[in-house]
Design a protein around this ligand. Structure first.
Ligand code: SF4
Length: 530
């Protein structure tokens, strides 16, 4: 058994911010005591499971990094030109004459979050933090209702669960405090929230975010140019939008987020992403380019009212795992960093974490836009109106809590009705180099799972799959961005080795019939520049 003062589960921005702040805060106190801080991450290396836009609001680094460290962040470009467009169809779009002030990101760094967390990990290690990757933490350990540690998952089991020659047993880590920094839809966090009754006022609602990195010929694009879009190919009922970020002179990040409370079972988010790329307003940004990286993850969009209680005896929840995201700007990295710092301060000074979190600028920002995402549950016009009111009144209107969703994202999925779904197809005149098919994209995510291990995607009841197929047409075969689920001779086949760990299947299966469990540590996507 390993013993530590603080165990941090997840080496993303929130977890690493907590680790750095713990070490630096202890040093400042000058009493010579420094807590042992252990960070475990299920990815093969730091950052390999991290994916985001990302235009980063730099306010999150203040108070965490020195001015010199902020200056040295691995950022190739800052936003120099930004635009906001409503896409009406493939050919037509409307440029909003000015970027709404609450959406503006002028001079913000445009970066690969993978590289930023690798940089943060270097700082944390220099401060004495121990970081171990390739270890999935699969269980919290409790004693008398208090979380006292966690257990890592076994490695080296064959597909029947029998130990192989390289078997590695589970390891128990005892810790005075555990910080859960698992990211969106974290399994341990969800279990804890359910077991301890920590749920927020509204259920959490997610979007699936799909992203590619496209290399473009030098001299054709401007580093630091960014474009945000909403509208097409989303329908009027669903919150969706895209982005194009010129992260350097030769690299463009293109992404599309689509709310998982969508109602049409025929929807295929990957197909929508491809349609988005085929829009005239979008494709001009990567003319002559070539897709070189791909990834997907869920974004916790619910905002303020969906945040659970962020602490229970012995454990704190930080970052995306707690749903800390500005649901208007779809920005959470800065709030994740602030939550990590607040968690560290609460541990060092024995203060209440929730109170510290509520004092951060990120939390206040979430409060200002607390009704925006719920507004979009009633359609695009209501959502836009709610966003406008929030901006004009600095969050004062509406005074009441807009109800939004009363159940999870899967609940509203309609049954197949035989009507055309109105989704258009991707035109064939697109450059093939920027329109890889799904499996080619999956290859570019680098995802790898040892084939001879138990399948980490558990179908709870196979009979329910037949019912789902009749009612909804097996939507898992479409909403998975990695083609993990296939129907073959009327049976559901699962290619778990393609999994990107995005968790969409856990959220959107209308029969609540898919349990996403942990594969062996070190498996999964291998993002290097997402
Ligand atoms: Fe995402 Fe589930 Fe598909 Fe894995 S199997 S990529 S978690 S939807």
């Amino acid at each position: 058994m390993i013993e530590t003062d603080v165990l941090i589960v997840g080496a993303g921005p929130a977890g690493l911010a907590a680790a750095i702040a713990l070490k630096r805060g202890a040093k400042k106190r000058g009493d010579g005591k420094s807590p042992r801080v252990l960070v475990l991450d299920k990815g093969r290396s730091v950052g390999s499971h991290v994916l985001s836009g990302a235009i980063i609001d730099p306010s999150g680094f203040e108070g965490l990094l020195t001015a010199e460290e902020i200056e040295k962040l691995p950022v190739e470009a800052k936003v120099v030109k930004e635009s906001f467009r409503t896409l009406l169809c493939r050919k037509w779009s409307l440029k909003v004459p000015w970027v709404p002030p609450m959406m503006s990101s002028k001079r913000y760094p445009v970066a690969s979050l993978t590289k930023v967390v690798q940089y943060l990990a270097g700082i944390a290690q220099r401060e004495g933090v121990e970081i171990y990757t390739g270890y999935a933490v699969t269980e919290l350990v409790e004693k008398d209702g208090v979380v006292v540690g966690a257990r890592t998952g076994e490695k080296g089991l064959d597909k029947n669960g029998t130990k192989k020659s390289n078997h590695l047993a589970t390891e128990e880590i005892r810790s005075k405090t555990v910080i859960l920094a698992e990211g969106g839809c974290g399994i341990l966090t969800e279990r804890l929230v359910a077991a301890k009754g920590l749920k927020g006022v509204r259920p959490q609602t997610y979007a699936i975010g799909i992203k590619e990195l496209i290399e473009v010929p030098a001299g054709t694009q401007t580093a630091g140019e960014v474009m945000h879009t909403f509208g097409w190919p989303s329908d009027f009922d669903t919150y969706g939008g895209g982005f194009v970020y010129h992260v350097s002179e030769t690299q463009v990040m293109v992404g599309y987020a689509y709310a998982l409370d969508y109602k049409r079972p025929e929807v295929d988010p990957f197909d929508l992403f491809r349609q988005f790329k085929s829009s005239d307003a979008v494709k001009r940004h990567f003319k002559g380019g070539k897709t070189v990286a791909y990834g997907a993850k869920v974004i916790p969009e619910g905002g303020y009212y969906s945040v659970p209680k962020v602490q229970a005896p012995g454990v704190l929840i930080v970052g995306d795992g707690a749903g800390l995201l500005d649901s208007l700007r779809i920005k959470g990295v800065h709030i994740a960093l602030q939550s990590g710092v607040a968690a560290a301060e609460s541990i060092l000074d024995g203060k209440d974490y929730e109170k510290l979190l509520k004092k951060t600028s990120g939390w206040k920002e979430m409060k200002r836009v607390r009704n925006v995402r719920a507004g979009f549950c009633y359609g695009l016009p209501w959502g836009v109106a709610m966003a406008g009111f929030a901006w004009l009144t600095r969050g004062l209107f509406p005074f009441f809590r807009v109800p939004g969703l009363s159940e999870g994202d899967a609940a509203g999925l309609r049954k197949l009705d035989g009507k055309a779904c109105g989704m258009s197809s991707v035109p064939s005149d697109m450059e093939a180099s920027v329109m890889p098919d799904r499996l080619t994209d999956v290859f570019m995510s680098g995802t790898i799972h040892e084939e001879d291990q138990p399948c980490h995607l558990k179908v709870l009841d196979r009979d329910k799959c037949a019912e789902c197929r009749a009612k909804f047409g097996a939507p898992c075969t479409r909403f998975c961005p990695a083609e993990v689920y296939r129907m073959e001779d009327g049976e559901l086949e699962i290619d778990f080795s393609n999994c990107l760990h995005c968790k969409t299947c856990r959220i959107k299966c209308p029969m609540e019939n898919i349990d996403w469990t942990f594969p062996q540590g070190g498996d999964g996507p291998r993002y290097t520049r997402m």
